[in-house]
Design a protein. Structure first.
Length: 85
């Protein structure tokens, strides 16, 4: 799912690659695995308003407590371009 194309485009220009969106326990497992493989990992929160505006299905994220559980995983090779801001 791509909720905020503007934010994703900014991250891509910094060398980040979007992997997928998930919550626990898969979130911690995936982060650990990507780091073990030598990647930098960046987690982005899901923005329910941006999801709704994108026209994609966002019914899962209409409840803030559910939306807060999910993160979008971005990776790049260790020592990648840009900074994590």
């Amino acid at each position: 799912m791509t909720c905020s194309a503007e934010k994703e485009n900014r991250l891509v220009t910094q060398g980040w690659v979007k992997q997928f969106m998930t919550d626990e326990p898969r979130l911690s497992e995936a982060v650990e695995e990507y780091r073990d493989l030598g990647f930098e990992v960046r987690l982005e929160a899901v923005d329910p308003a941006a999801c709704a505006a994108s026209g994609e299905c966002s019914s899962c994220f209409q409840q803030p407590e559910i939306a807060a559980r999910f993160k979008i995983i971005f990776t790049r090779p260790a020592g990648g371009r840009g900074s994590q801001d």
